[in-house]
Design a protein around this ligand. Sequence first.
Ligand code: GLN
Length: 486
Amino acid sequence: MLIHNTATELLALQTAGQVTALDITNAFLASIAKQEPKIQAFMRVDEAAVRQQAEAIDAKRKAGKPLGKLAGVPVAVKDVLCTKGIVTTCSSKMLENFVPPYDAHVVACLKNADAVILGKTNMDEFAMGSSTENSAYKKTRNPWDTDRIPGGSSGGSAASVAACEAPVSLGTDTGGSIRQPAALCGIVGVKPTYGRVSRYGLIAFASSLDQVGPFAHDVTDAALLMEVIAGHDPHDATSVDDAVPAYTQLINSPVKGLRIGIPKEFFEEGLDSEVEALVKASLKEYEKLGATLVPLSLPTGCKYAVSVYYIVATAECSSNLARFDGMHYGHRTAQKTDLIATYSKSRGEAFGKEVQRRIMLGTYALSSGYDHEYYLKALKVRRKIKNEFDEAFKVCDVIMGPTSPTPAFKFGEKTDNPLAMYLSDIYTISCNLAGIAGMSIPCGFTASGLPVGLQLLSPAFDETKMFQIGRMYEGVTDWHTKRVGG
Ligand code: GLN
């Protein structure tokens, strides 16, 4: 079936003249029509506009014009990324009617590569959450078990690929929001190095942590998307002016003498026993391939990452979200009142509970008298976490462990306990704090059929090696070929 193909396969089918971009687009639109009532991955899909894009690419091909790297490949885009002329809500009532006048840099990159923008995907409001239950609009379901969450905050983007409603998609990762839903949905998800991908047009949550990255069925497709979206952008001062390696050409060279760092803290209490067994089995596969496992300890990163993150991320979001006050930006209350009351009523009406909680936490952490105790202390511990990774990478090429402590959980299981929800990202968060790259790849299923992810963490700007190491595993396993229902 066309919808089970990877983006790389879809490109080859078109080059061989076996299908057109329109055939492909129609197949995915049909899959969306069939599955959306159940999965609810998308915020919006404009069928006519999607078909028009595909037709334009077919016409270009027919005319013999040069085509981009993603010609005719449909891509779903998280609703936190601005799309010119298309409502971009961040799954918040605050931006219910926001139509961006420009494209996010990564969206422009997709268009330049002749991709077909399929639609906007559901997410936790302002990317705050681990289950997509914080969306103000709908609950996205995990395609492997629709009684369960798809992970978050990029749950819609992950579910759209897992359900074969899109071959690839984009998400964002501030503390794990690409890798954790990728793990829970049985697909590949990449959090690039901080600075590798421009955030221009990404509605900010926590600016020192946010990165845009791909979801895909396999590492090759993820690398292909990275090739398209990575690179310098003068609109984002944090984007680094380094050439983007030809990931897809380099990806099939195995890493010789591979050393895998295994932090002991990744296998301590809180880790589900089935997840542990599957992750350990995949490490055995790497050993069979000749890799050496190097025992490590990341004491600060593992013990304090969640605490540091919830100070840094909330502090930054309290500042970033200050602009949404009904005057400068966003929903304005209908109640006629004075200026200050308009601000607070507008924000109170349109921000969900989790967003309000974080703004309050962050404002407190930054308030005078407490900033030294909380925010500045957190920055110091953050630096220690980064130093710990720098030391670790002196003795290993990559660090591995579970992506998420548990498989997908049931709706409502953690909504009343924010701390339990926050612990979903215990293994992913330190990567963002240190600014390094990370990836989750599927590594098996629990007895009840829920997917489990293996996390790879690599030094900053070493995505090439991370992809090569991921490919080595795909060469000897077939988890990446599994599709829901067949
Ligand atoms: N789950 C984490 C949070 O709630 C991470 C979110 C993210 O990466 N966008 O903040």
